[in-house]
Design a protein. Structure first.
Length: 298
């Protein structure tokens, strides 16, 4: 079987990492897999198969027609039996290309987040409902995500739920412990990750524990804003590490992971922390309570 996994761009984000690991699993089962990214990016994803990027540099409504055709041509050349859209603009381009040019492969959407959180108007909601009706199936990674998608569209489209995938046999090589209280956040700098709140919380905590440190690992659109905020706070105990292929190699053994997100689907970073035996303090949003139920001893 030939499977095309569509991602936004090569980046250290849950959707892209999950698609890469899923692709590796399919390859181990004898399938041919193409990992196709829409936008340019240089993060080395953990994928062992064929990768292809359309290398789009920016978004733009006027560019959609030409991009749809190029997207379709790339898929047609591979001729997949299954096409799976994984977050970002992948659903939009996959459905519109299918309606415009038509292709025979089954089209599936990996519902890895909480779609309804991002729909700010009735027009956005109707457009998304239109896209969802063009699918052959929807896969959600948490009960919360599943209920969210069902609030947008009736279950006429086949739906199922699967657990998030991780390399459970992976050995986590953490950094040596350091003497001071150390808190770590691993994730993209986006509004839903709530970095501003995290910085304010740490600033208050530092008044009681002056030697404590906060390490922020990741990239994203809000990073420069957070760097400016830290500069205005005159905080030398907050460090930015950028994106890293193996972020856990930077994390000291005695660290605590903080995840104060305003919304989450099923964040793999929490499951990875459990496997690495790193304590977690997280907001009980989205699918996070389901993860706690899945790890009752943690």
């Amino acid at each position: 079987m030939k499977i095309a996994l569509i991602i936004q761009r090569p980046q250290p984000r849950g959707q892209e990492i999950f698609a890469s690991l899923l692709g590796n699993w399919h390859i181990s089962k004898g399938h041919e897999v193409l990992l196709l990214s829409l936008f340019e990016g240089d993060f080395p994803l953990p994928f062992n198969g064929k990768q292809c990027s359309l290398n789009w540099k920016s978004e733009g409504f006027w560019k959609i027609p030409s991009r749809l055709f190029r997207f379709f041509k790339t898929l047609k050349a591979f001729d997949p039996d299954i096409i799976q859209a994984n977050g970002g603009d992948t659903l939009k381009f996959a459905v519109l290309a299918r309606l415009t040019f038509s292709f025979s492969g089954k089209l599936i959407f990996n519902n890895g987040g909480v779609v309804g959180y991002y729909l700010r108007s009735a027009l956005q909601k109707r457009f998304y409902q239109f896209l969802l009706r063009g699918l052959d199936g929807i896969i959600s990674i948490s009960k919360y995500s599943e209920l969210d998608i069902q609030s947008l569209i009736k279950p006429s489209v086949p739906q199922t739920r699967i657990p998030i995938g991780l390399e459970t046999d992976r050995a986590y090589s953490l950094a040596d412990p350091i003497p001071n209280p150390i808190f770590v956040h691993i994730g993209g700098f986006t509004p839903e990750k709530n970095h501003a709140f995290l910085l304010e919380l740490f600033e208050k905590y530092r008044t009681q524990n002056p030697k404590s440190q906060l390490w922020l690992i990741g990239e994203g659109s809000d990073k420069k804003q957070m760097e400016m905020k830290v500069a205005s706070m005159d905080e030398s105990n907050i460090r930015f590490f950028g994106a890293h292929k193996d972020p856990w190699s930077l994390v000291p053994e005695n660290a605590i992971l903080l995840l104060p997100s305003s919304i989450e689907g099923m964040p793999s970073v929490i499951a990875e922390a459990f496997l690495a035996k790193i304590p977690v303090i997280a907001s009980p949003v989205g699918g996070i309570p389901e993860m706690v139920e899945g790890f009752p001893t943690c």
